[in-house]
Design a binder for this molecule. Structure first.
Ligand code: ZN
Ligand code: FE
Length: 262
């Protein structure tokens, strides 16, 4: 019953519109910029009934105040972070009830990228901000590897058909790294080819089902022997704990160049 549309912003951000077409209204997720959102609401003849923020970074909140000045709406966001214009602070287990949209989302605290980062889950969809990317995950700006590992573990427990909506188009670069970690993983090779084709047609690679992430995302695969062995080789010592493997893969990715090594 919902139609979810991306509003591209900046170089590679997606601001998501969760639309109830029958009621001509929408929730706006992470409006880093107001202008493209206002244009989309105008074009689609939609009333904004809520703004859902995942974390405090400027590319996710930069448009909130301009947006509510033009189209007043409640602003939901993490209680543990400073969010401009926030009217509804949220914590783990809270419910976001949006009767106009006929939607409700539960709140998951997923620290790691930032200390107070949250995700919204409902109706078979998860809006995860900069926590879980397609075949990747967010950088650790404020949290620890242990925290991010636990946060991804929490998201991994959602139903396998859950569609994951992340906030950046990083998929092709992430899959090049994933292919370096697991060169023999055919799901990764196939998804890389398909994602390159989508980008050549200017189509988003987001969303994807959680089940596909589990087969192609090295950060969700730290308990697989292939990933553990590759991370151990990279670290120069034998890694055992999932969180240790996660930390090693995250550090590896931080310095990985996606240009082919000649
Ligand atoms: Zn961010
Ligand atoms: Fe971001």
């Amino acid at each position: 019953m919902f139609v979810v549309k991306p509003v591209p912003a900046f170089a590679d951000n997606y601001i998501w519109l969760i639309i109830n077409p029958r009621r001509h209204c929408a929730a706006v997720v992470d409006p880093g910029d107001a202008a493209p959102v206002l244009a989309a609401l105008e074009r689609e003849r939609l009333v904004a009934v809520a703004i859902l923020v995942t974390h405090h970074h400027g590319d996710h909140v930069g448009g909130v105040l301009d947006l509510v000045a033009a189209r007043p709406a409640p602003v939901y966001g993490p209680a543990a972070e400073t969010i401009p214009g926030r009217t509804h602070p949220l914590r783990e287990g809270d419910m976001v009830e949006l009767p106009d949209l006929e939607a409700r989302f539960s709140v998951l605290e997923v620290p790691g990228h930032t200390a107070g980062h949250i995700a919204y889950y409902g109706h078979g969809m998860a809006f995860v901000g900069d926590t879980l990317f397609m075949s990747g995950c967010g950088r650790l700006f404020e949290g620890t590897a242990d925290q991010m590992h636990a946060s991804l573990g929490k998201l991994a427990q959602l139903p396998p058909t859950t569609r994951i909506y992340c906030a950046h188009e990083y998929t092709v670069a992430n899959l090049r790294f994933a292919a370096a970690v697991e060169p023999d993983n055919a799901d990764i090779t196939d998804r890389l080819a398909y994602s390159i084709a989508l980008r050549e047609m200017d189509q988003p690679t987001v969303p994807a089902p959680l089940e596909l992430e589990k087969r192609t995302n090295p950060f969700l695969r730290v308990n697989e022997p292939t990933v553990r062995d590759a991370a151990s080789r990279q670290a120069g010592r034998t890694l055992a704990r999932g969180a240790e493997v996660f930390g090693a893969v995250r550090r590896w990715k931080d310095t990985f160049s996606s240009t082919p090594q000649m």
